[in-house]
Design a protein around this ligand. Structure first.
Ligand code: NDP
Length: 488
């Protein structure tokens, strides 16, 4: 790869790029062509050890800095990311295949937002004074303390954003981090580590090691680790949560979903179609919070399908590095085959294919945006997370039915409602079992608002002030101000 933003080695440990070619090879493949754009190596045990040791040693030093000083470094890193947005976006596109049109506005920028937001909060993480009364005027106070060394493990769909959604709140609270990207998208987190270090984060504060699940498992099991934050699938979440429980470690689990998007007859049709497009085809459908079960009320169903099909005709598939392209490939050949398998299953089980449904006639791992209608609640495509550009339309008659069917899933990440009826919007959202919800829009996830799932979709919340509670713990100190009144 000749790109200027290319990381110079596989790992970033203790403030420097590190290589150990003894580690098994990780080929980074550009999904739009299948070409290998970088060759990296999985971290060998000595490198995993070095990363954990560096994070452990740096943590008290980092925590001893004032929150304002830590925040200044995070905000400096945020500014640097914004200045380098073009290069970082190109790298994200090479890593994931997502179109530059998206990555220029959604990835490095979102990472910068997280560093800016949590950098701003870092100086205000204080405790409480609790007056207790009594003769001497006893009182207690609380101190919000860091957890220690945190491990971040990322999925492949938003490699830059995930590194910062985990790293920014962790570092703001005075923790250090060892981050392991998905081996499918190893490049972007390295640039975040490099920039944080350049912005002034001491060596060891944010480390990146590459590897497959075994490296992740080694990190999670290590006694020096106080917290694990995973973005990934439910099966991986189960394993990581169980491993963390052994050491009574804190966890944040951002897992998969099969989220409902409910569109009532009175919805603005263009907005509802726009919401369904955002909730199914952005990042070629590889978004955990996607509203893949689109429940459309009978009266608007035909008009919705017609308009959705028309708008999907304007998709521009092709070279993701061309800014006109607005729809990229699947992240990998393996993911493409998984999605094509689900499309076959939909056809086999009797769903009606409205549009798409095939691998596109292009180099790379492209699948056409696909819409199924007449989907029933028991079909495989209605129950399992597909993680690709496949939208399923379900018809419903009334509100109670829509809510019951929307909740009939073991996932609980997200939900959305489109209606012009204000009271219905809030009544329905109030009944939906999901952590991150939208009314009359879909899939916006600003750093100011909490993000995360209920049920099998996860534990804990990322972003917003909520994230602070998941990267810190409270020490309570009782202060006796008078004589000690003991019974004997
Ligand atoms: P995986 O669950 O397969 O992997 C997630 C990460 O965990 C990878 O870095 C993986 O490494 C690592 N890992 C795998 N096994 C272990 C283990 N035993 N111990 C520690 N780490 C391990 O997910 P994908 O990368 O395939 O991502 C897609 C999934 O992520 C989807 O199901 C999606 O819903 C979910 N997701 C959730 C989001 C959310 O915020 N809720 C956001 C984005 C995605 P390796 O890849 O090297 O095996």
């Amino acid at each position: 790869m000749t790109h200027t933003a290319q990381p110079t080695a596989s790992h970033f440990i203790n403030g420097a790029y590190v290589e150990d070619t003894a580690g098994s090879e990780i080929a980074c493949i550009y999904p739009a062509s299948g070409a290998v754009v970088a060759r990296l190596h999985s971290a060998t045990p000595p490198l995993v050890e070095a990363a954990l040791a560096a994070a452990k040693a740096a943590q008290p030093v980092w925590a001893a800095m004032s929150g304002t000083e830590r925040g200044r470094i995070l905000r400096r890193a945020s500014d640097m990311i914004r200045e380098r947005n073009e290069d970082l976006s190109r790298l994200e596109t090479l890593d994931t295949g997502k179109p530059l049109q998206e990555t220029l506005v959604a990835d490095a920028t979102s990472a910068a937002d997280a560093l800016e937001y949590f950098g701003g909060l870092a100086g205000s993480l204080t405790g409480e004074h609790i007056p207790l009364g009594g003769a001497g005027g006893d009182w207690a106070y609380t101190v919000r303390e860091p957890l220690g060394v945190c491990v971040g493990i990322g999925a492949w769909n938003y490699p830059t954003q995930i590194a910062c959604w985990k790293g920014a709140p962790a570092l703001a609270c005075g923790n250090t981090m060892v981050f392991k990207p998905s081996e499918t998208t190893p490049l972007c987190a390295l640039k975040i580590a490099e920039i944080l270090h350049e912005a002034g984060a001491p060596a060891g504060v944010f480390n990146v090691v590459q590897g497959y699940g075994d490296v992740g498992a080694t990190l999670v099991a290590d006694d020096r680790v106080a917290k694990v934050s995973l973005t990934g699938s439910v099966p991986t979440g189960r394993k990581v949560y169980a491993a963390a429980a052994e050491g009574m470690k804190h966890v944040t689990m951002e897992l998969g979903g099969k989220s409902p998007l409910i569109i009532f007859d009175d919805a603005d049709l263009e907005d509802a179609v726009g919401g369904a497009v955002l909730g199914n085809f952005y990042s070629s459908g590889q978004v955990c919070s996607n509203g893949t079960r689109v429940f459309v009320q009978s009266g608007i169903r035909e008009a919705f399908l017609t308009r959705l099909t028309e708008r999907l005709k304007t998709v521009v598939m092709g070279d993701p590095l061309e800014e006109a392209t607005n729809f990229g490939p699947m992240v990998s050949e393996a993911q493409m085959n998984i999605v094509l398998g689900y499309i076959d299953k939909g056809l086999e089980e009797g769903a009606r294919l409205v549009t798409g449904g095939r691998r596109a006639d292009l180099e790379g791992f492209f699948i056409e945006p696909t819409v199924f209608a007449d989907v029933t609640d028991t079909m495989t495509i209605a129950r399992e997370e597909i993680f690709g550009p496949v939208l399923s339309v379900f018809e419903f008659a009334d509100e109670g039915e829509a809510v019951a069917r929307a909740n009939d899933t073991s996932f609980g990440l997200s939900a959305g409602v489109f209606t012009r009826d204000l009271t219905r919007a809030h009544r329905v959202i109030g009944q939906l079992e999901a952590g991150s919800c939208w009314i009359n829009t879909y899939n916006l996830a600003p750093v100011e608002a909490p993000f995360g799932g209920s049920k099998l979709s996860g534990v804990g919340r990322e972003n917003s002030k909520e994230a602070i509670y998941h990267y810190s713990q409270v020490k309570s100190v009782y202060v006796g101000m008078g004589p000690v009144d003991a019974p004997f």
